[in-house]
Design a protein around this ligand. Structure first.
Ligand SMILES: [Zn+2]
Length: 346
């Protein structure tokens, strides 16, 4: 296999390092790193060994075909403005690596799901984000009312949900389909409150179903999709006639969505006035509920990635073998995927 300068740059960026910082850490000139990355210079074996150690990858990770980059265009469109160049590059590079890991581990195993979630472009005549959300509920055979166990439903359609550790504060989740279209990946910041986690994966599901191109409206559309998926207008209407704090706490328990999301939903469905909604937000702030809401909800835990690892282990591989297969050092693999590794490996 050939040394691939693009892969070298990818792993440096995933580490959040500038060329200058990498040069310093590796004890070479910045010019040398620059030449290595634009293909003008074949790096020495020692440089590759040192760089692999520094970037937390196997030396082999610098060899082979290009890693599919990007797409997070869809989910990144807005965030780029607040994240800055270095952080954006780092997040994009790390997501590319996560995606490659998932694809590599899923390859060769039996099909993950019998059927994939439908693709319905938001531009389809007669459809809206809400009507598409209803179609997806039908696809999941969801009963009317609260949508419980969304994680399990998405996983049943072959959507692999993995953690995205150490991401930017502004960043909750990102998603994409694999290049061959065979599987979908959603990466979510670990430790989100369960209601926020559920809304985030519902939002990403909206992108997967409705969007292939970035535009000014996709974020709003994904939010409308998530709102209807989790709180169908027809089913929730009768619950949202009052938005007092005790009632919102009760509804949060029932619908497993944030109290702030319930207020927003009541307002956008025209069930309460703008003024009432604003008052509810103010009351929430007074109690400190805008920062941290009351009512602990049960946490939905993704399992599909764990299952993939377990299948590889059952096939006779060790954790080190698995890390080697995906090009990461075992320590890197353990850090990146800790929340979804089988119990004995965390
Ligand atoms: Zn989005």
């Amino acid at each position: 296999m050939q040394f691939n300068p693009e892969r070298f740059a990818l792993h440096r960026q995933a580490k959040g390092m500038s060329q200058g910082a990498a040069a310093k850490a590796l004890g070479v000139s910045q010019g040398r790193i620059s030449k290595v990355e634009n293909g003008a210079l074949r790096p020495s074996d020692q440089l590759l060994i040192d760089a692999a150690q520094e970037f937390g990858v196997q030396r082999e990770a610098f060899f082979g075909e290009d890693v599919e980059r990007g797409l997070p265009a869809i989910s990144f469109f807005r965030k780029q403005k607040t994240m800055g160049m270095r952080e954006t590059r780092k997040t994009e590079a790390r997501f590319s690596i996560i995606r490659q890991v998932v694809i590599s581990l899923a390859a060769g195993l039996v099909e993950l799901a019998d059927r994939r979630v439908p693709r319905i472009p938001v531009s389809t005549p007669g459809e809206t984000p809400a009507s598409i959300a209803q179609r997806v509920r039908t696809f999941f055979q969801a009963a009317a009312g609260p949508l419980l166990g969304l994680t399990r439903m998405m996983e049943s359609a072959g959507i692999i949900i993995v953690p995205f550790v150490d991401t930017h504060a502004k960043f909750d989740a990102v998603s994409c389909a694999s290049p061959d279209g065979r599987l979908d990946i959603v990466a979510v910041k670990p430790g989100l409150a369960p209601d926020r986690y559920r809304f985030s994966i519902a939002h990403e599901l909206g992108h997967l179903v409705m969007h292939t191109m970035p535009s000014e409206t996709i974020e709003d559309e994904a939010n409308q999709f998530a709102a209807e998926l989790l709180m169908p207008a027809e089913d929730i209407e009768s619950d949202l006639t009052s938005i007092t704090i005790p009632h919102l706490m009760e509804l949060k328990r029932k619908w497993q969505v944030a109290m702030s999301a319930l207020i927003y939903r009541a307002k956008s469905l025209g069930l309460v006035s703008e003024w009432k909604a604003r008052n509810a937000y103010i009351t929430m702030s007074t109690y400190g509920f805008r920062k941290k809401e009351p009512v602990e909800l049960p946490r939905e835990e993704p399992q599909l990635f764990t299952t993939l690892i377990v299948r590889h282990l059952a096939g006779g591989k060790t954790f080190d073998d698995i890390a080697a297969q995906v090009g990461l050092l075992p320590t890197t693999m353990a850090r990146e995927f800790a929340p979804v590794l089988p119990a004995g490996l965390r």
